[in-house]
Design a protein. Structure first.
Length: 128
């Protein structure tokens, strides 16, 4: 039996890539978005991160559509896969892996978390 993507997975895909970019048009600084000036100064980097997250989210959702009810070894990241040059809190260069659909689901999830962390640390104001 295959599972359909959850509402959370569909939402994640619908809120990344071009949809995420559209949420932060030029000049959308401060509340309510908490965007920093760097989002406009480094627009190409922001858009590349948003698109990369979208690509990864689409790959993860596609894997979820055909995933069995239990986690199998081929879904796990394993010891041989690097995080692409950083930890979950580190930074990776863009572009990333040529074909994320060939990566284990767990690795894709880690890459999404890493890209989200990178984007928030660079482009989002800390809320006091």
């Amino acid at each position: 039996m295959t599972r359909q993507p959850s509402r959370r997975q569909r939402t994640r895909c619908a809120r990344t890539g071009p949809a995420l970019i559209a949420e932060f048009p030029s000049g959308s600084l401060g509340p309510p978005s908490q965007a920093r000036l760097e989002i406009d100064q480094s627009r190409a980097e922001f858009e590349a991160l948003a698109n990369q997250i979208g690509t990864l989210a689409d790959a993860l959702a596609a894997k979820a559509e055909s995933a069995p009810a239990v986690i199998t070894d081929d879904m796990r990241m394993g010891t041989g896969l690097a995080m692409g040059g950083g930890s979950l809190l580190g930074k990776r260069s863009i572009p990333e892996e040529a074909d994320p659909t060939k990566l284990p689901a767990e690795h894709i999830l880690h890459l999404i978390l890493q890209d989200c962390s990178t984007c928030h640390s660079k482009f989002r104001q800390k809320v006091q």
